[in-house]
Write a protein that binds this ligand. Sequence first.
Ligand code: DLZ
Ligand code: SF4
Length: 507
Amino acid sequence: MKTLRLILGDQLDRDLPSLRDIDLAQDIALIAEVMAEVTYVKHHKRKVAFLFSAMRHFAKSLEDDGIQVSYRRLDDPENVGSLAGEIISSISTFSPDRIVVTAPGEYRLVSEMLSWQDQFNLPVIILPDTRFLCSLDDFSAWADGRKSLRMEFFYREMRKRYNILMDKDKPIGDKWNYDADNRQPPKAGLHIPTPSQFKPDAITVEVLALVEKRCADHFGQLDAFDFAVTREQAMSVLNQFIMERLPYFGTYQDAMVTDEPWMYHSHIGLYLNAGLLRPLEVITAVEAAYHAGAAPLNAVEGFIRQILGWREFVRGLYWLKMPEYAEFNFLQASKPLPDFFWTGKTDMRCLSQSIQQTDAFSYAHHIQRLMVLGNFALLAGLSPKEVNEWFLIVYVDAYEWVVLPNVSGMALFADGGFLASKPYAAGGAYINRMSDYCKSCYYNVAEKSGEKACPFNYLYWNFLARNREKIGGNPRLGMIYRTFDRMSPEKQATVTIDADRFIAKLA
Ligand code: DLZ
Ligand code: SF4
């Protein structure tokens, strides 16, 4: 049966379900660069360039394997601009008997695909995406009957199921989680290795020019583009991370240093999420480094937890809760995103550093995302829809399945505690402890009130006061509310005055 096999931009894996039983004699793999996917949110230029270059390299590797590939470039005059439109073109060119796809990572696209069979008048087979370690059925079965879902318990099940860092039926070292040894503040004189860099080849150079032209009004920079764009290059990023950064990953995973965007992080999320790396190969390579004595348990366990635990958990949760998850706004936050999220022009040093890095590299590490940008959005009461869209646009590893639970669930508490046991709210002291940003900030982190006080300080108390009705009963916040209640009425009033002044200025 002649089959048209659509491969999406984040499905660049030779072992993709929709490629497995390909008939080399007659099937066609369709890969299409389309404006609809580039602009449903206006993705960061670097993200579009990464995906297009990786898609073109992947197409070439499929052809090398003898697969007939129909590759639609964005600048092809016949490009019709949407995935459905490109399938219609391919149907008229190749007359396939059926269409096969691997389930996409975003709900909006699955919904669209469900109408394709009628639209094309051909069977459209959507295969489950097996590139994850927990199937959606297994996740639903695990979640069934639980009032709240906690990653830690899911992660332990996954450790046992895949026999990762296990000593028979016990976790190696007798503890499941070594975060108590992690999260150290940065100390002076840290040596941070240069990350992997790849000089753009002819394919990438062409893509960069195309993106510069067609995405001129998108956020972000293309200068000094140096991401991996092939599986081989992505493997070398992984190996270099294991050799040079993994040993310090755990200790400094939450640390932030001025002009050091990469720290000891792996920078492989974009490759995993686009299909260039596979989660199990990453996990087993990192586990092997532990057994070889090349990295300590706190680093290895912390890293593996992100992939075997957190990544699988948020993906399962997304599909379990869509489409409602996108509508959640438990705290009824509705402020628009301030302009400085696009310009980086703010006197708040932690925010300007995180946003400028995001603009330059389409990257910021998890604490910049969660405890600087996300924390600010939570405290300032920004609209979850606007914050989610910003995260989806600006990060090279971002797809809705990963953004929505992290932003709405983890950062903004918009799901009311389904994913997180309490809002991750913090004042300036946390950022000061974990970074060197405050030293060069216009604001004073030690001041609690007044024009020069760190805005995180009064926004924090204002957030708690404002949302008391919704979160005041949370047992994990009891002590904090008691501290607030011990403040004098004048001090409490000052919090409101400072917060109102600051928020009025944002608008
Ligand atoms: C993100 C993205 C972009 C920018 N461009 C394309 C594209 O031109 N063609 C394509 O097939 N996929 C693209 N993607 C990835 C899709 O948006 C992604 O597959 C869905 O969001 C589902 O995760
Ligand atoms: Fe951020 Fe406040 Fe520190 Fe400035 S003082 S960098 S606003 S935490």
